[in-house]
Design a protein around this ligand. Structure first.
Ligand code: C5P
Ligand code: C5P
Ligand code: ZN
Length: 469
């Protein structure tokens, strides 16, 4: 078969053959948007192929989690969006005859081998920007194709990639772009150049524009009254029954008028050109979803998913991926409200408290103020906000349990181009203090003993210094 990513054809087919020959499969996946969409894709494909399976989710795959997985006594375990980084531990189970692993992942592989392993990094593709866990699961689904060809699942693969921040202003690239094309052909996706602000489906226009703080347009960003005046001056009918319309309700001409006026205002106020460029970008629309709902926009969809499994409600997120638009969506909307509050309170705390600056990195310890499952998102949002430089990677700690801290690190693509590889930094520094971790060059995480924060920072600082030298 020739799938959308020829480099991974052989690996995807080998995994698919092993899965198709299984009596029953345990599907194990990660708790973020990419992990949930990976599981949604894999579960749909297994269901369509008539293969019995159960599903389980984990914050991280570690020795304990693998022991639990082994107790399921499933013949085959399909790992999605994790597994590669724990290949050594998985191989031990395989050798003991606990289960046959099939891995669809995009994290930096540990030093060990296994037969059924689909990962872009094994074929020279970038796992942080060219293919996500969901994209890899999609390749498996395509290789498993039964009477349907599974191309409709490309929409979820795009939500996973966007959720993992693989899309930049120009949209998705590389293998991801090939998946977008399949989704467009299958009639489930649209890629457009549009206003690149968060909330085009669900935020009333004034709120949408007010939250342009990254771009900083005087009289609009963070200025509720200024935004109302700006919109009222446009000579468009932007209200319906006195309620403000959303971006998604505007037609093409109305959108052009608003975007041109925004750009004019930004230029006139001296906003730097590269920031103005960031106002528009490639956006992905799931055309099968109702307009004006979170799920119609890939970015909003991924946030909904992050609001579920990161709060121990993976069941809700998975149900949404599998098509539930009633109870699960209602439950997710409630969870989304508190997720948003947690993010904004977390970010506010970091900005008020500030970060410690070392020679090559900056860090903060949130203790129990930010849940360990979202501290990475907060760290990513903090990078580049008030007083937090984008010239150094950021390392964040949050309490995981009585004895352990969760570590989340985030860098920028510019730093990666200069040699930064956070996956290596975190793996080595965590190993040196009795913890473990991994991830991607631009974003990685670990678990370390509670009293090793300073030692971890010292190791990481030295390693980042060596990489950027
Ligand atoms: O575990 P997983 O691979 O799904 O998570 C990837 C993580 O990397 C996400 O939390 C995502 O936000 C982060 N990331 C980032 N910046 C990028 C690419 C990914 O912070 N440019
Ligand atoms: O948890 P966080 O969002 O900071 O994770 C960043 C990246 O590092 C994700 O891709 C995650 O899967 C990975 N990670 C890992 N091992 C850990 C923690 C995180 O591979 N112990
Ligand atoms: Zn992922």
């Amino acid at each position: 078969m020739t799938g959308p990513v020829p480099e991974l054809d052989e690996r995807a087919s080998a995994c698919a053959e092993r899965i198709a020959a299984s009596e029953e499969v345990l599907l194990a996946s990660h708790i973020d948007a990419d992990g949930l969409t990976s599981a949604g894709i894999a579960a749909s494909a297994l269901e369509r192929a008539g293969i019995a399976f159960e599903t389980t989710f984990a914050k991280q795959l570690d020795a304990d989690e693998l022991e639990t997985i082994a107790t399921h006594r499933s013949e085959t375990v399909l790992f999605t969006d994790f597994g590669s980084g724990q290949l050594d531990l998985i191989a031990e189970h395989e050798n003991r005859g606990d289960f046959t692993p099939v891995i669809c992942d995009h994290h930096q592989p540990a030093d060990a081998d296994t037969e059924f392993h689909c990962n872009p990094l094994l074929e020279g593709l970038n796992g942080a920007s060219e293919l996500s866990g969901a994209g890899t699961a999609y390749l498996l689904a395509r290789a498993l194709e039964d009477d349907t060809d599974n191309r409709d699942l490309a929409a979820l693969a795009v939500v996973g990639a966007v959720g993992d921040m693989q899309s930049s202003d120009g949209g998705l690239v590389g293998a991801n772009e090939a998946i977008v094309e399949e989704g467009v052909e299958a009639g489930v996706l649209e890629a457009n150049t549009d206003l690149a602000l968060y909330g085009t489906q669900t935020r009333p226009l004034p709120k949408l524009l007010e939250y342009t703080s990254d771009i900083g347009i005087p009289g609009i960003s963070g200025d509720a009254n200024g935004t109302l005046r700006f919109l009222d001056d446009l000579d468009l009918d932007l209200r319906e029954d006195r309620e403000w319309r959303c971006w998604a309700d505007l037609d093409g001409d109305e959108r052009k008028t608003v975007v041109s006026a925004l750009i004019r205002r930004a230029v006139a106020s001296g906003v730097p050109a590269e920031k103005i460029d960031g106002l528009t970008g490639t956006t992905y629309t799931l055309v099968g979803e109702k307009s004006g709902t979170e799920l119609r926009d890939a970015s909003e969809f991924s946030t909904v998913l992050n609001a579920t499994a990161r709060y121990e409600r993976a069941d809700v997120g998975l149900a949404i991926c599998l098509g539930d638009r009633k109870e699960a969506l209602d439950a997710a909307r409630t969870l989304l409200g508190s997720h948003r509050r947690n993010l904004s309170e977390g970010l506010q705390w970091v900005n008020e408290t500030g970060v410690e600056s070392e020679r090559h990195l900056q860090w903060f310890d949130a203790g129990d103020r930010i849940p360990d499952t979202i501290v990475g998102i907060v760290a990513g949002m903090a990078l580049g906000s008030d007083g937090i430089s984008r010239e150094k990677p950021i390392v964040a700690f949050a309490e995981k349990d009585e004895e352990h801290m969760k570590v989340s690190t985030r860098g920028t693509h510019a730093l990666v181009r200069r040699g930064l590889d956070l996956s290596a930094v975190v793996g080595t520094a965590a190993g040196a203090v009795g913890g473990d971790g991994g991830g991607h060059d631009v974003a990685a995480g670990a678990t370390v003993p509670k009293d090793e924060i300073e030692a971890f920072v010292a190791h990481a600082d030295r390693l980042v210094g060596e990489q950027l030298a």
